[in-house]
Design a binder for this molecule. Structure first.
Ligand SMILES: [Zn+2]
Length: 256
């Protein structure tokens, strides 16, 4: 974890500068500046899952293919629409679902799995303060999600995506305890803020590179509207769209 290295380096620098600047008027300014930079790096690390600052996440694949991933479902209105489009285009995707929504809409989870897509863990609660949960509360939340999903699809998910992409030191042990692999993304579509389907299509297609893990949400009408064109454009670029397990070469479920 880069966080541990940065913390040790910061403490060492604080002590060294404390000695060097002890007799000067700059002492508190220098120490304050070091702490300010440390806090800035830590905040950046928790919001940038690709930085692998607190935990190691898989953020892209090494193949020419790309993976489409949908967060925050299942949604009674848009998940079926997205599944219809994927089926029509013969594309397999990955759904990072919220456990409490899975409990509410179990048939959608079964449909996702039955149609050959991957069901993955996006926490049970998706609580807006989940980043402040203790390790044990966080581990219990992730386990509860996996228990619900295992009950519905008969297999235990391995892939986990931290809600909001925010990570902290508690995640590494909660993830390990549950045998999960943290998966981030390499291409954030920003569909949650897209002004139109055309803006969303452009945001994905203009930046798409091989091995990309594309972050989308199956709770938005704009995502469902843009999806057929996104898939067509990816096909034109001659990139295969594969399930996440194929793109990152890891099993999506615990082996029996
Ligand atoms: Zn989410």
């Amino acid at each position: 974890m880069k966080h541990n290295i940065i913390t040790v380096l910061t403490l060492t620098t604080l002590v060294l500068c404390g000695v060097i600047f002890l007799e000067t008027d700059f002492l508190w300014f220098v120490l304050g500046a070091i702490l300010f930079i440390y806090l800035g790096v830590t905040a950046y690390g928790s919001y940038q899952i690709q930085a692998n600052y607190f935990i190691n996440s898989v953020n892209r694949g090494k193949k020419k293919s790309v993976a489409l991933t949908f967060d925050d479902g299942p949604d009674p209105e848009f998940t079926p629409k997205i599944l219809d489009i994927l089926s029509e285009k013969n594309v397999k995707a990955t759904f990072f679902v919220i456990g409490k929504k899975a409990e509410k809409y179990p048939d959608l989870i079964r449909r996702i799995a039955d149609e050959g897509h991957i069901v993955a863990n996006h926490s049970y609660s998706h609580h807006y303060l989940i980043a402040l949960f203790s390790t044990s509360r966080l581990a219990a939340d992730l386990k509860k999600c996996n228990d619900v999903l295992t009950g519905l699809v008969g297999k235990t998910p391995v892939f986990f995506r931290p809600p909001f992409g925010v990570t902290n030191p508690f995640y590494s042990s909660a993830i390990k305890q549950n045998g999960l692999i943290s998966v981030g993304w390499s291409l954030r579509s920003m569909d949650t803020r897209a002004q139109s389907k055309y803006a969303l299509i452009d945001a994905v297609i203009s930046k798409l590179k091989k091995g990309d893990i594309v972050l989308l949400h199956d709770r938005l009408s704009v995502t469902a509207e843009a999806l057929p064109d996104i898939i067509e454009h990816i096909n034109t670029k001659k990139f295969a769209i594969e399930p996440l397990s194929a793109v990152i070469n890891k099993d999506a479920y615990v082996k029996d």
